[in-house]
Every structure is written in C-alpha cells, then in structure tokens.
Design a protein around this ligand. Structure first.
Ligand code: ADP
Ligand code: MG
Length: 237
C-alpha cells in the first residue's frame, strides 16, 4: 500500500517530480521478461537499487527521465534493461543501425556500460558496439559493419562516424545521456547538441547525472519533454 512507498521514498531520500508510477521494489515485480530476471538473480543481485526501483517503471512506460544520483547507485542497469527491451521490440535492421544510443564521457565508462549491456544482451539477441576516441577507427568500423542495436559512444568519435556515414542515427528511438554533468565538464556540449539533431524527435530520452547544475538543466529543457525527475540522496536540486 501507499505507506510502503512513502517509506521507500523517505528511506532512500528520494524525490520524484512529474509522472511517478509506483516503484518496483523487487525483481519479481519488474515488468521484464523472465530471462532478464534470471540474469539479475544469476549476477547475485537481490533487489533493485533505489534508482532502478523508480527508473524502471518510468522508462518502461516510455516516459522521458532525469535521474540525479551519486556514483555507485546502479544507474547503468536503470537505463540499460529498459533500453534492451525497447530494442527487442524493434524489427531487425538490415544495415545494423542502432536503436539504442548511450552517450558517455570517457572510453572507460563507455566500455563499462558495454560490459553491463553484454551481460543482458543474450536475452534479447541485441548486439552492442562501443565507439570512442583516442583509438584507431578501423576496428570500431568493422564492429559497426557487423551490425548493432545498441551503440555506446563518446560524443566526439560518434559525431565523426555520423558525419562520415559510418553510423546512421535515423533509427535511434531510445537515447541516454549518462554522466551528463561530466560530459559537459569535458566540453562535449557542442557535440552532444549536434548529435541530437540527427535523432528523431519522437524518441525516448533519459539523462543521468550526479549533480544538477544550470548547464545540465538547460540541456534537459532543450531535449526532453514531460520528463519525470528522480533525485536521490544528497544530490542537490
Ligand atoms: P552508477 O552508474 O550509478 O555509478 P553502476 O551502474 O556503475 O552505478 O553500478 C554500481 C555497482 O552496483 C556495480 O558494481 C553494479 O554491478 C552494482 N549493482 C547494480 N545494480 C545492482 C543491484 N540491483 N543490486 C546490487 N548491486 C547492483
Ligand atoms: Mg554510471
């Protein structure tokens, strides 16, 4: 009942604004295929983290989302499982253009996200490709040519690939900006804005950040609509 949810919000110092479906407090309640749930159990996880509890029902409903939560709160699976389920619902593309696009600030973070993704890809047959700068283009191009549903990318290299038509973003309908504050700190705002211009407006967009400065708020205002805002713990709104 409502009391359980109130207690959940208080215990996790969570606040939510906008569309707020009831949080999913166990994997059993999560609106996922059973294969996904077994992977969660196999990985040794017992229950959703707080951000997962609230982000999953928001993202599974198709709503846009801003999630403000500290490092280590489980944000990757918060967006990745709904993203993979989203991708599984699309028809396979002949050209292997991505359906899910995750932008991240660094190669290391992009690779970490891909590792998490790969744990779950088997349950949906989704293929992921990681795209980042500071490394030769050819191996990444080869991966892209093999086909992909999920692209995890740093902004600079992705924009190069889009401009040279190695990657086509026409089919992206699920966009994630992970570590948005760090991406802006690193000066990626112009690239992010250019990338988003290639993506159809009727996409689902989510943004995750550890902090919520003006610049990140502006990005959210410019690229998201009617979004739910989840704030966790000591993150300042
Ligand atoms: P963030 O992106 O918020 O910094 P991560 O997604 O990197 O957090 O997750 C932090 C750690 O928590 C990872 O080691 C991950 O495996 C673990 N983790 C994620 N979800 C759960 C869960 N439901 N239960 C236990 N541990 C989890
Ligand atoms: Mg993270």
């Amino acid at each position: 009942p409502q009391e359980i949810f109130d207690q959940f919000y208080v215990q996790n110092e969570m606040s939510i604004r906008g569309f707020a479906p009831r949080p999913v407090l166990s994997f059993d309640e999560a609106p996922f295929p059973s294969q996904m749930k077994s992977i969660l159990h196999r990985l040794g996880y017992q229950r959703p983290t707080a951000i997962q509890s609230q982000a999953w029902p928001v993202l599974m409903s198709g709503n846009d989302l801003v999630g403000i939560a500290q490092t280590g709160s489980g944000k990757t699976l918060a967006f990745m499982i709904p993203g993979l389920i989203h991708a599984a619902g699309q028809t396979i593309s002949r050209h292997g253009d991505p359906v899910v696009l995750v932008l991240a600030p660094t190669r290391e973070l992009a690779q970490q996200i891909q590792n998490v993704c790969n744990d779950f890809c088997s349950s949906t047959n989704a293929r992921s490709v990681c795209v980042y700068g500071g490394a030769p283009k050819q191996p990444q191009k080869r991966d892209i040519r093999h086909g992909l549903e999920v692209c995890i990318a740093t902004p600079g290299r992705l924009l190069d690939f889009v401009r040279e038509k190695t990657i086509n973003l026409d089919r992206v309908t699920y966009l994630v900006l992970d570590e948005a504050d760090r991406m802006l700190d690193m000066g990626f705002e112009p690239q992010i804005r250019k990338i988003i211009r290639y993506i159809r407006p009727d996409r689902q967009t989510s943004m995750f950040s550890a902090t919520w400065p003006k610049e990140v708020q502006k990005l959210a205002d410019d690229f998201m609509s009617n979004c739910s805002h989840i704030t966790l713990g000591k993150a300042v709104l």
